[in-house]
Design a protein around this ligand. Structure first.
Ligand code: CU
Length: 184
């Protein structure tokens, strides 16, 4: 029997070797978070991921998804399908809910510093589809990785105009993901 919890921990340390998180390749890993993107009823094949990685003076966001719908041009009142509005939303809750208007569970745009839409911390560049595939990375200094853990990522049906309030007229929500901490 050991006297203290600390001694006990020390024993385990020597017995089982280095804990995984102090193992050399992981020791200097930048802070990271990720979200798995899953399509809803309007884009059932949509899937992929988003990574958030701490870099000097900000965060690099990297996204890769498959299964976006074909581009459709707009006319009159009909909005084009694609390029796709892409944002962080307030709530990391991806419940389909209404099949005609899915993922309302993710709430409105994440807007920690009370800016107009177009300048929300979570207003991202639109996603271009290449026959359903999209890959993009960009830099932002509007948040730290830890700030976005637990938020929702939403990919929309229509382009973001970066102007209409409160959400850029980006239309229905094709896919949703919850931002989670990556690694230890
Ligand atoms: Cu959005």
């Amino acid at each position: 029997m050991k006297d203290t919890v600390e001694e006990e921990a020390q024993m385990n340390y020597y017995q089982y070797g280095y804990p995984a998180y102090s193992y050399y390749p992981y020791r200097n890993m930048p802070e990271m978070a990720y979200a798995m993107i899953q399509g809803g009823p309007l884009a059932p094949k949509l899937n992929g991921y988003v990574f958030f990685r701490e870099v000097p003076n900000g965060v690099e966001v990297f996204i890769e998804v498959h299964g976006l719908p074909q581009y459709q041009k707009g006319s009159g009142e009909k909005k084009p399908v694609g390029p796709h509005g892409f944002h962080l939303h307030e709530k990391g809750v991806c419940e389909v809910g209404d099949k005609e208007d899915p993922f309302q569970s993710a709430g409105g745009h994440w807007n920690p510093d009370n800016q107009p839409h177009g300048n929300h911390a979570g207003d991202f560049p639109v996603l271009f589809s290449n026959d359903g595939y999209s890959k993009m990375s960009f830099f932002t200094n509007r948040f730290k990785v830890e700030d976005v853990i637990g938020k929702g990522v939403i990919i929309h049906q229509n382009p973001d105009d970066y102007r209409s309030q409160p959400s850029g007229d980006a239309g229905k929500r094709l896919g949703c993901g919850v931002v989670m901490k990556y690694g230890m």
